[in-house]
Design a protein around this ligand. Structure first.
Ligand code: NAD
Length: 341
């Protein structure tokens, strides 16, 4: 029997890649793409996928009536919860929307899932909930047992959702799953984040802003690998468990910048501008993804050196997509497309 998935945040970067992957693989699921369309939600990410298999519902996860209505109208079986305020810099400017969506929104979804007997609920968390790692101990990585010690309002709000999920499992014995993934890159990534910002700035002939000394380390994973890991955990994960997801690909922001400049044939001196570091900028993230490999047989399939080239090429091939975002035109898409319907 075909299952119905409610995918929150489906018009964002990873959510839309997840929906795209399920459609491309011809998975036997109906997808209700539920999204508030904040500045980060973009109908252009989903437009070509909408039809019998994928239905779009505009709604706010903080609105219990809207969430319950979507679950009832479409007889939703399972929920994959991506929706979030996701940009650390914005959380430093103002944490209100982060607490609202990432904590309260998650609580609203959990309560609706409980009331409607949802058969599986997966919370897409992040490695940022663990805080930061020492740079001089490369063997130390985040495991699922690492205490949650978030350092930014963004990661604190994601940790709030993460521990709420944990508490609902222990209190109500609900069918809950959590993934904690490292930094993603790939198509449809909003150009306020490092890789798409740098690639599109260079295409526009502009400089790229590199924070601090450029030595902050992140573990980069191609978005399709993350989506595949989420699908794997949804199929075979044990309820109440969290699974780390990582690419085993630690790189400094400087190395990422060098890779992009080289691929785009731009000289460092002319195009890199060092800017003052982000306050509280975590130095190093690195994921130990042994558990998902040993328990569920998941491993990343994409290699960084080729997937970053695919990503850069995607931005070359989809100039209208990112230019509409940078000019703000994408915000008009929903109203133009759906006004009066
Ligand atoms: N991007 C990464 O590298 C990364 C890594 C690990 C985990 N994550 C997590 O994955 C999830 C998706 O991240 P992303 O990079 O795709 O984010 P994104 O900002 O690109 O997309 C978020 C989506 O959620 C929607 N949304 C926001 N508030 C909403 C609300 N109140 N109700 C309904 N929809 C709402 C937005 O409109 C947008 O479409 C987030 O939970 C994030 O914490 C991201």
């Amino acid at each position: 029997m075909t299952k119905t998935l409610l995918v929150t945040g489906a018009a964002g970067f990873i959510g839309s890649n997840f929906v795209r992957m399920l459609v491309k693989r011809r998975e036997s699921v109906k997808i209700i793409a539920f999204d508030k369309l904040t500045y980060a939600g973009n109908m252009a990410n989903l437009a070509d996928l909408l039809g019998d298999q994928v239905v779009f519902v505009k709604g706010d996860i903080c609105d219990p009536a809207a969430v319950t209505k979507a679950i009832e109208d479409y007889r939703v079986d399972e929920i994959v919860h991506f929706a979030a305020e996701s940009h650390v810099d914005r959380s430093i400017l103002g944490s209100g929307p982060f607490v609202q969506t990432n904590v309260v929104g998650t609580q609203v979804l959990l309560d609706a899932a409980r009331a409607k007997d949802i058969t599986k609920f997966l919370y897409v968390s992040t490695d940022e909930v663990y805080g930061t790692l020492p740079e001089d101990q490369p063997d130390v990585k985040f495991t699922e047992e690492t205490p949650l010690q978030p350092n930014s309002p963004y990661s604190a709000s994601k940790a709030g959702g993460d521990v709420l999920v944990r508490s609902y499992f222990h209190t109500f014995n609900m069918p809950l799953l959590t993934t904690r993934c490292s930094n993603n890159y790939g198509p449809y990534h909003f150009p306020e984040k490092l890789i798409p910002l740098f690639v599109t700035n260079l295409m526009e002939g502009k400089q790229v802003p590199l924070y601090g000394d450029g030595k902050n380390v992140r573990d980069w994973l191609y978005v399709e690998d993350h989506c595949d890991a989420i699908w794997t955990v949804l199929q075979r994960g044990a309820f109440g468990e969290a699974y780390n997801v990582g690419g085993n690909n630690e790189m400094t922001n400087r190395q990422i910048t060098e890779t992009i400049l080289k691929a785009m044939d731009k000289p460092w001196d002319q195009f890199v501008k060092y800017v003052q570091d982000r306050p509280g900028h975590d130095r190093r993230y690195a994921i130990d993804a042994t558990k998902i490999k040993e328990h569920l047989g998941w491993e990343p399939k994409f290699r960084f050196d080729s997937a970053i080239k695919t990503t850069i090429q995607w931005y070359r091939d989809n100039e209208k997509w990112w230019r509409d975002i940078k000019s703000g035109d994408y915000l008009k898409y929903y109203d133009t497309q759906y006004a009066g319907r």
